[in-house]
Ligand binder design. Structure first.
Ligand code: ATP
Ligand code: MG
Length: 417
């Protein structure tokens, strides 16, 4: 029996990878304009990092982590998200000494042991950003404007930005208490999971996907009605700045995020095109996180985009794969050897060149040149070897011109422009 990939972990094949490259390159372009630099951290981290930052009672830490012991009995975890590793690296490398404001972005695979389904996998990819050092609501608005701009640039319009504020350690405890009191009056209508967690993590009940829990909590108290003056003011500023930048949004007072570190501004970019996997990006502020991990008391904000969900939304809109600029069809061994050297010269000069390696007939070679969508073809036979000249055919308009084989690279460069 042949070996298959691990359930919920997918190959990204040629034909699809071009879409990925487009999404990644556009991120580099857009995020670069906003002053973000890329950071790359290892895929595994010490398990403790995620327990301490994401929170012990969250779905991720309770049931979704790929945790294992290495040969030295260290508990390691394949990163389930990107923020904690970036914070760890930020602190460890003292990036805060370089500039009072750090703007970082990352992209790469994340791992969560979830039930695989459309838009939900066990290895998936996130594209994320983090800004450290700014409390001003301008940065919240800028990060959201950048997220908006990214979606404009990748051509995905069917998304809506929802924002909320989760308050801070000043105001959230009182809200939490009032929510617990409210939930106690409705315990019978909640799912077993929510009945279990309503005291340890009452906010999670509000975004439980079970419809019974949704219905039972329609009139639950909202965090934004319980904000302290400072948080209320901050949220007001975020909205004002978003309006000043023409970033469309709506307030979703029920939105809570599944990670413990969020405070104040939180947000999701949602779509109605992916069934229940409706969030394509999510994020928020995490002002106490750096300090809680042993770093300086710096505020932070960030988001992560789920790349698989973007690829699904792009659907059949494929990005064309790169095609050869020249296909050399050779007849006979001697011509094939010459084609081999010519091809190598072209490749060294930065021209995408291809030939036949399988001893196929001229007809089959031309069929392949067509299939590969080569821009030009060159036929090399005995006559061409003798004269040192060959016909260069432009496949788009079938026009032909005679080229000197010794000047092939220069000639082709001219024609390719
Ligand atoms: P969901 O509610 O769909 O489980 P989440 O709140 O767990 O999402 P985050 O931790 O905020 O997601 O991650 C940010 C983004 O990463 C999500 O909006 C989604 O696009 C993507 N994402 C999260 N988990 C997965 C997964 N298992 N497979 C594919 N994409 C995912
Ligand atoms: Mg999840």
């Amino acid at each position: 029996m042949s070996i298959t990939a691990i359930k919920g972990m997918n190959d990204i094949l040629p034909g699809d990878v071009e879409t990925w490259q487009f999404l990644e390159q556009t991120a580099r372009d857009v995020f670069g304009c906003y002053g973000f630099a890329e950071i790359r951290t290892p895929v595994p981290e010490k398990t403790e990092l995620f327990c301490r930052s994401i929170g012990e009672t969250t779905d991720i830490v309770e049931k979704e982590m790929y945790t294992f012991h290495d040969k030295s009995e260290n508990s390691l975890t394949l990163r389930p998200e990107g923020t904690a590793p970036v914070m760890r690296s930020f602190i460890q490398n003292r990036l805060y000494n370089l500039d009072p404001v750090s703007k970082l972005f990352y992209m790469g695979p994340m791992f969560r042991y979830e039930r695989p389904q459309k838009g939900r996998y066990r290895q998936f990819h996130q594209l994320g950003v983090e800004v450290l050092g700014v409390e001003d609501a301008k940065i919240d608005a800028q990060v959201l404007a950048m997220l908006h701009q990214y979606f404009v640039r990748i051509g995905i319009e069917a998304v809506a930005l929802q924002i909320n504020s989760l308050g801070c350690p000043e105001c959230r405890p009182a809200y939490r208490e009032s929510l617990i009191t409210y939930l106690e009056t409705r315990l019978d209508s909640l799912c077993p999971e929510c009945q279990r967690r309503y005291v340890t993590n009452p906010l999670r009940v509000l975004d439980c996907k079970v419809s019974g829990c949704q219905d039972a909590t329609v009139d639950a108290p909202a965090v934004i009605d319980h904000l302290c003056p400072a948080c209320d003011d901050h949220f007001g500023q975020v909205k004002k700045y978003l309006q000043s930048l023409d970033v469309p949004f709506s307030v979703n007072a029920r939105m809570v995020r599944g990670l413990d570190y969020y405070v104040r501004t939180t947000f999701e970019l949602v779509t109605d095109q992916l069934g229940s996997q409706n969030a394509v990006a999510a994020g928020g502020r995490y002002d106490g996180l750096v300090e809680s991990l042993g770093g300086p008391a710096l505020p932070g904000i960030g988001f992560a985009i789920g790349l698989e969900r973007l690829v699904l939304m792009k659907g059949d809109e494929k990005v064309a794969p790169v095609s050869p600029q020249l296909f050399i069809a050779a007849i006979g061994n001697e011509a094939s050897d010459r084609a081999f050297v010519l091809m190598s010269q072209l490749q060294t000069a930065g021209i995408r060149a291809e030939m036949d390696y399988l001893g196929k007939s001229l007809k089959a070679q031309m069929r392949r040149a067509n299939k590969l969508n080569a821009a030009f073809t060159l036929i090399l036979g005995e006559d061409e070897l003798k004269s040192g000249q060959a016909q260069l055919k432009n496949m788009a308009d079938s026009s032909q011109s005679t080229v000197d084989l010794n000047a092939l690279t220069e000639e082709l460069k001219k024609k390719l422009g």
